[in-house]
Design a protein around this ligand. Structure first.
Ligand code: SAM
Ligand code: SF4
Ligand code: F3S
Length: 461
C-alpha cells in the first residue's frame, strides 16, 4: 500500500471541495468477500470518504460481487442496470465493480461493452490498484480495469462491520477444482498468509475488545501447505489459543478430504476454539462425490463425524449441500436424505446446482428438469426442519454461553446471539449487553433457534 500514498493524497486534493464524499460499498457472497469489502472501505477511508448504505446519497458506489451461482450474478447485473438512472441524475457519481464476477473475462467484457455507467472494474486480489482506478475516474479519464494480478492481504486497516466480531483471512484461493465450482478460477491457487501476521492481527483485535475471531479460507485445512516451514492449521489454532483474553475462535470452511485427527484434537484441546464444525459434504452419494471431484467418500466423511461424536455426542455440525448436480438420480438424492438423517446436522446450507461457465460440470450431460430440482430442494429442507426440531431438543434446560449480537426483530425486549455451538439464541436482555458474552439457560427449543433466560452476565464466566 505504501506506493499508493501519493495517489491517495491526490484523491484527497480532488475531493477537498466536497464536504464529506460518501461511498456506498455493497458486498455479496461469502465472508471472504465481505472481509475484502471491509478492506476496500479501509482504503476509501484513507482517501477521505465517509460511508452510507443509501446509494442515492453516495458519490461513489462499489459493488463487491460473487460469482458462485448464476442468480448471484443476475442480481448484480440488475443492480448495475438500475444505477444508470442514478448516474444520469448525478453525472459525477463514480461506479466501480469488483470481486469474483470481474475475474471472468466474459463478465468484464460484458460490463465494459454494455454498462457505460461503470467507471472501473477491479479483480479479486487487485485491491492495491483501487486508488489508481479511483483517481482515473475522478479525473474523468474514462473506463479502466485491473483484473490481472494476485496481490493478497494488503496491509490496510479494514473498516469492520462489527465492533465485537472480526473476520481474519488466513488464506486465499483454492486448489481443489470441485467440478461445479468457479472459485478456483476467480480466486486463483491457494496462498497462505504468514502465521506471524495472522497472530499479530488477532492479538490486536483481542486487545481492542473483539470477542469472536473468524478465521477464513476456502479450505483452511490446507493452510500453510504453500509456505516454507509454515505452520499447519491445527498448529495455528494452538498458537492463537495461547493469546490471552476472553474470546472465541471460529473458522471456515473445512474440506473433509483434509480434515485430520490432528484438527479434531486441536478443536477439543483448545478451550477458545468453538465446539462447532462446518464441514461441507455436498452430496450423500459416492457416485456424485466422485463426479464432483470431492476426493472423499461418504464412509470417510462418516468416520470424521464418528471421531468427533465419540468425544462429544452433542457436538454441533453444519454442512453445505448441492441439489440437482448434473444427472443426479432419485437414488443419489435419497442417499443425501439418508445422510442428513444419520448425521443429524444442526443446520444445512443447501443450494440448487448452478451451471458455471468454464467448470468441468458445465460440460456434463444434465437431463434433470428445474421442477425436479426444486421439488428435491423442498423435500431436503422439510426433512432437515424435522431433524433440527428434534435435534435441538438436546439443548433444553442446558446452560449456553452466548455472544449477544443484536436486538431481536421479532420479540420486543429480547436480544439475539450465537452460542459457542453456533446456535441462534434469543433471550430477554438490555441492548447494553450487545457485544458481550452472557450465559443463558435454555427454556425452549425450535428448529432454528433456542430461547432462554440470562443466568450470568459477568464478562469472565
Ligand atoms: N470451499 C468451501 C468448501 O469446499 O467447502 C465452499 C465454498 S463455496 C463458496 C460455498 C458453497 O457454495 C459450496 O460448499 C457449495 O455447496 C456451493 N456451491 C459452489 N458452487 C456451486 C454451484 N455451481 N452451484 C450451486 N452451489 C454451489
Ligand atoms: Fe469450490 Fe471445492 Fe474449492 Fe470449495 S473446495 S472453493 S467448493 S473448488
Ligand atoms: Fe462468491 Fe467469490 Fe466467495 S465466488 S462465494 S464471493 S470466493
Amino acid at each position: 500500500m505504501t506506493d499508493n500514498v501519493k495517489t491517495i493524497e491526490e484523491i484527497k486534493k480532488f475531493l477537498e471541495c466536497r464536504s464529506l464524499p460518501l461511498a456506498c460499498v455493497r458486498s455479496f457472497g461469502c465472508q471472504l468477500n465481505v472481509s475484502d469489502g471491509e478492506k476496500i472501505k479501509g482504503i476509501l477511508k484513507q482517501a477521505g470518504f465517509g460511508f452510507t448504505d443509501n446509494e442515492q446519497q453516495a458519490d461513489l458506489i462499489i459493488l463487491n460481487t460473487c460469482a458462485v451461482r448464476e442468480n448471484a450474478e443476475d442480481r448484480v447485473f440488475g443492480i448495475i442496470g438500475s444505477l444508470k438512472h442514478l448516474k444520469e441524475l448525478n453525472p459525477q457519481l463514480i461506479i466501480g465493480i469488483c470481486g469474483c464476477m470481474t475475474a471472468q473475462s466474459h463478465i468484464e467484457e460484458k460490463i465494459r461493452k454494455s454498462y457505460p455507467q461503470v467507471d472501473f472494474v477491479l479483480g479479486t486480489s487487485s485491491l492495491h490498484s483501487l486508488p489508481e482506478l479511483l483517481l482515473n475516474a475522478i479525473k474523468g479519464c474514462g473506463y479502466s480495469a485491473d483484473t490481472a494480478e494476485y496481490h493478497d492481504f494488503p496491509s490496510v486497516e479494514p473498516v469492520r462491520e462489527s465492533s465485537f466480531r472480526a473476520s481474519v483471512p488466513i488464506m486465499n484461493g483454492c486448489n481443489n477444482f470441485c467440478t461445479y465450482c468457479i472459485v478456483p478460477y476467480v480466486r486463483g491457487r491457494e496462498r497462505s498468509r504468514s502465521a506471524d501476521e495472522i497472530i499479530r492481527e488477532v492479538e490486536s483485535l483481542v486487545s481492542q475488545g473483539y470477542k469472536e475471531i473468524m478465521l477464513l479460507g476456502q479450505n483452511v485445512n490446507s493452510y500453510g501447505n504453500d509456505l516454507k516451514n509454515g505452520m499447519s492449521f491445527p498448529q495455528l489454532l494452538h498458537r492463537l489459543n495461547e493469546i490471552e483474553g476472553d474470546f472465541i475462535i471460529r473458522f471456515m470452511s473445512s474440506h473433509p478430504k483434509d480434515a485430520s485427527e490432528e484438527l479434531i484434537d486441536a478443536i477439543f484441546s483448545c478451550d477458545k476454539v468453538a465446539k462447532h464444525l462446518h464441514l461441507p459434504v455436498q452430496s450423500g452419494s459416492n457416485d456424485i462425490l466422485e463426479r464432483m471431484n470431492r476426493r472423499y467418500t461418504i464412509e470417510k466423511y462418516l468416520s470424521i463425524v464418528d471421531s468427533i461424536r465419540s468425544r462429544d455426542r452433542d457436538f454441533s455440525l453444519t454442512t453445505d449441500l448441492i441439489v440437482g448436480f448434473p444427472n443426479e438420480s432419485d437414488e443419489d438424492f435419497r442417499k443425501t436424505l439418508e445422510l442428513i438423517r444419520s448425521v443429524k446436522f444442526d443446520n444445512i446450507y443447501s443450494f440448487i446446482y448452478s451451471k458455471r461457465t468454464g467448470t468441468k460440470a458445465a460440460d456434463m450431460e444434465d437431463t434433470i428438469t428445474d421442477d425436479v430440482k426444486s421439488r428435491r430442494m423442498r423435500e431436503l429442507l422439510e426433512v432437515q426442519r424435522e431433524i433440527s426440531s428434534e435435534h435441538y431438543k438436546r439443548f433444553a434446560g442446558r446452560k449456553m454461553r452466548v455472544l449477544a449480537d443484536g436486538v431481536s426483530k421479532k420479540r420486543e425486549g429480547f436480544l439475539t446471539g450465537k452460542s459457542n455451538e453456533f446456535i441462534i439464541a434469543e433471550f430477554p436482555g438490555d441492548s447494553s449487553l450487545i457485544g458481550q458474552f452472557v450465559t443463558i439457560e435454555v427454556t425452549e427449543t425450535k428448529n432454528w433457534a433456542v430461547t432462554g433466560k440470562i443466568i450470568d452476565q459477568k464478562e469472565n464466566y
